[in-house]
Design a protein. Structure first.
Length: 344
């Protein structure tokens, strides 16, 4: 007989330990079971079909859209329309797009689908480079891209090249070799390629300013620019301007992110774009009120299923409500082209 097994102190300790473990185990399990809401709505988490069908994120263009993904797609189309991409002579050429702030891949797909569906005026080919700052977004975007065959998306148009990168688009000097060489390929095959920088609903986040990416696009990459952005109203009072700037900083924008249309034009010209080519369209009336109404509707609908929209989106609803009511901040689409001599 092993001596410590017959030691009464050891046996007592063993039992005490086992009993304590049992009490803690039973306690925690009953706590978990009792605290679970059996007859509530918590099981929505088990019923959501994953991956989520779309992960769009922009302010939306709400003139004829009720649902978020449609409104987001329509918002992107406003940019493409301002640049005359889908109807103009550009659609006959090959086209190369550097898309910054792409999110989770819906925008990428929509850009390529929209251009690829312009039959019979299809461009011969398209080259695409997309950049997002968040690796999780890049991963989702890549997964989305690979889960659907390319051909059905681009019709008869040839997809020359396609890349999605994770990088800070506001700091082009810090881009990796890989990104630079993907962009260099835009210059290789045909001189008739129209090259565009596309930035949808993201430039006001660019720190320290929009100018590094604009300069890089205009001077180094030979690209025109199309995008959407937020501008400060010329009639904003000092107090309104400060409130707008503080909101901007809380949204993660630099202090000077909101420019008046006039300053916006000046920065585009200083970056290398042609003044006469600049178009700035105010689309606020089809953006802010629709977005506010949608956020309200979604909040109510989610609440019925026991889900909270959360404080971030509730705050956003108030902010966009103020933008709509005060007109201090305008939602705009923007196009700026290179001077003709460099363009052709
Ligand atoms: C990227 O997004 C994910 C999901 O929202 C988040 O958890 C992560 O912190 C983000 N990463 C960066 C670098 O912002």
């Amino acid at each position: 007989m092993i001596s410590w097994l017959s030691d009464p102190g050891f046996l007592a300790g063993l039992f005490a330990g086992a009993a304590a473990t049992l009490v803690i185990l039973v306690g925690s399990i009953s706590f978990l079971i009792l605290s679970r809401d059996h007859y509530g709505l918590d099981h929505w988490k088990l019923n959501v079909q994953l991956p989520v069908r779309s992960m769009w994120m922009n302010m939306g263009y709400w003139r004829s859209s009720e649902e978020f993904p449609q409104a987001c797609r329509a918002y992107l189309h406003q940019i493409l329309a301002t640049a005359d991409i889908l109807t103009g002579p550009d659609s006959l050429r090959s086209i190369a797009i550097l898309d910054v702030g792409i999110g989770c891949g819906d925008q990428t797909r929509a850009v390529i689908e929209s251009i690829g569906s312009q039959s019979p005026r299809l461009p011969a080919s398209l080259a695409y480079v997309g950049i997002t700052i968040n690796q999780t977004q890049q991963r989702l975007a890549l997964r989305k891209w690979h889960s659907e065959p390319v051909k059905s998306r681009s019709g008869g148009m040839k997809l020359d090249s396609f890349h999605l990168f994770c990088a800070d688009a506001s700091k082009p000097h810090a881009w990796s070799e890989e990104i630079q060489s993907a962009l260099n390929k835009f210059n290789e095959p045909k001189q008739c390629t129209r090259k565009w920088l596309l930035a949808s609903d993201c430039l006001y986040h660019f720190s320290p300013s929009r100018q590094p990416i604009w300069q890089h696009a205009a001077r180094n990459l030979g690209m025109n620019f199309m995008g959407s952005d937020l501008c400060l109203s010329e009639t904003a009072t000092l107090r309104q301007t400060i409130v707008a700037r503080v909101i901007g900083v809380l949204m993660g924008c630099p202090w000077n992110a909101f420019l008046t249309e006039e300053d916006y034009r000046e920065q585009l010209v200083a970056s290398g774009f042609e003044r006469a080519s600049i178009i700035i369209n105010d689309i606020s009336d089809d953006v802010f009120p629709g977005l506010v109404a949608f956020l309200e509707k979604q909040d109510k609908a989610l609440a019925e299923s026991g889900i909270s929209l959360g404080p971030g989106f509730r705050l956003a609803r108030r902010v966009f409500g103020w933008f709509a009511a005060s007109s201090v901040i305008k939602a705009v689409t923007v196009v700026a082209k290179l001077p003709k001599s460099k363009d052709d």
